[in-house]
Design a binder for this molecule. Structure first.
Ligand code: HAM
Length: 443
């Protein structure tokens, strides 16, 4: 019955796995509240056109798209950015700026299933609309750091590679390369870390046609190896003649200073690394871009994002600057397990109720119901069982106390309470059961 199995790249979550996913989601949500991001949601099924030519050819090839029964071309969302950008665009005039929004939701990409990459995954998306300055990047990257540190990860576990598509485009167009070809070259740079030199040269040749591409390749390679603001300044100074570059270049380098200065002031310098090797595969990015990786280089990217100042307008809204990032649950989970930071999720009851027989069950059920109403987590055996077996289950459940509803006790108007840590037993009058339980848990 092979056709009844779950589809490749999709997960089922048994309670143990589900509680781990919820642990991740809970921590993300708590961090988002502290950083002042508001939560929103959008549909998982969207019109195909929302992604065509906006997200880029890589994602277009990974869409779970189909024609619905009404003849509409639709797709499961591969990412949140177009949906949230359309939402913001629709109400841009009435929303208070800057708009800081967050979502945690499922996304779907028809990718080749591999370590760290599935066809369905959860993503934390955080975006800031309405702020053009690098202050927005500082705020967002600080949140990105927090949404990893909240799990106990530190700068020894992960870092964020910072890059800039503006500078890349500035450099390429200064070499008389058209804007369109520059975008295509950035896709080559995006894959340069994984591709061989021959492969990259072949791709460049295809974009630029006639003429040698070897010099360009070695220039691109040099740029991908830049690791500090000083090296960045030196790279452009060497290539700009005596004037030290255009006003646009100077302004951009000043933006870099603002970004790195802001992160430094927040005490986050040790988490970031200038690295022009990152350019991002998605088509809508316009300025600073960044990706988070584990320090040991064992895993795929943990998170990625950047500025996308033209997308609100492209999707029918006003001109509104935007910057954001997405972080998936899959690689994060792998990293947390690797570092011993994924806790075992045990959900123990507060109270295990032991029931003598069917007669006693009635009194027990009444109290169980009422104690649950008061917020205590309670477990008990659903069927009649020997005392010894119930005691064993109580011990296994991890409950803090057991309440014993035996015939003898009930006749005396009491129940026995056993403190599972100290093992001592006391009799509690049924008339004062609630007060006694409350005293135990508050004491
Ligand atoms: P992305 O780089 O495509 O960016 O994805 C961000 C993160 O989502 C990745 O670093 C990875 O952790 C996770 N992810 C992506 N694809 C998969 C997959 N197939 N399986 C498991 N995890 C995956 C975006 O999606 C942008 N929309 C982020 C963004 C928000 N940019 C601006 N705002």
């Amino acid at each position: 019955m092979a056709q009844l199995k779950t589809l490749p790249g999709f997960r089922v979550f048994y309670p143990d796995d589900f509680s781990k996913l919820q642990f991740i989601i809970r921590k993300w949500r708590q961090s988002a509240v502290v950083y002042g991001f508001q939560e929103y949601d959008a549909p998982v099924l969207e019109p195909l056109d929302l992604y065509k030519a906006k997200s880029g050819s890589e994602i277009e090839g990974q869409l779970f798209n189909f024609t619905d029964k009404g003849g509409r071309e639709v797709t499961l969302r591969p990412e949140m950015t177009p949906s949230v950008t359309r939402m913001v665009g629709e109400r841009a005039n009435s929303l208070k700026k800057p708009i800081k929004w967050v979502n945690i939701g499922e996304n779907f990409r028809y990718e080749r299933q591999q370590k760290g990459r599935l066809r369905s995954f959860y993503q934390l998306n955080a975006d800031i609309y309405g702020e053009a300055g690098a202050e927005a990047e500082v705020e967002l990257i600080a949140f990105l750091v927090e949404s990893l540190c909240c799990f106990g990860l530190s700068e020894e576990d992960f870092y964020i590679r910072l890059s800039d598509r503006d500078l890349w485009v500035y450099y390429l167009t200064s070499k008389d390369i058209s804007l369109e070809a520059a975008q295509d070259i950035l896709s080559v740079v995006d894959k340069m870390e994984r591709d061989s030199e021959e492969e990259s040269l072949k791709k460049l040749q295809k974009i630029l046609g006639e003429g040698s591409v070897e010099t360009l390749y070695s220039e691109l390679k040099k740029m991908t190896q830049i690791r500090s603001l000083e090296e960045l300044e030196a790279f452009f100074a060497d290539r700009s003649g005596n004037g030290g570059g255009s006003t646009a270049l100077k302004e951009r380098l000043a933006d870099w200073q603002k970004l790195l200065g802001g992160l430094d002031a927040m005490g986050l310098s040790s988490f970031v690394q200038v690295d022009l090797g990152v350019v991002r595969g998605l088509a809508y990015y316009t300025g600073f871009v960044f990706e988070a990786f584990d320090r040991k280089g064992k895993f795929r990217a943990l998170a990625g994002g950047g500025r996308y100042n033209h997308l609100v307008k492209k999707l029918g809204g006003p001109d509104l600057p935007a910057v954001g990032f997405g972080m998936g649950d899959v690689v994060l989970h792998e990293l947390l397990v690797d570092r011993g930071l994924m806790p075992e999720m045990v959900s123990s009851p507060d109270i295990y109720v032991i029931v003598g027989g069917e007669e006693e069950r009635k009194s027990a059920l009444k109290d169980i119901f009422n104690l649950r109403q008061a917020g205590y987590r309670i477990e008990y055996s659903l069927k009649e069982m020997a005392f010894a077996k119930q005691f064993k289950q109580a011990a296994q459940s991890g409950a803090k106390i057991t309440l014993i509803y035996g015939a003898e006790e009930l006749e005396k108007g009491v129940v026995k309470m056993r403190d599972m840590a100290g093992r001592e037993e006391v009799e509690l009058p049924l008339s004062r059961l609630f007060e006694s339980i409350r005293d135990f848990f508050s004491g």
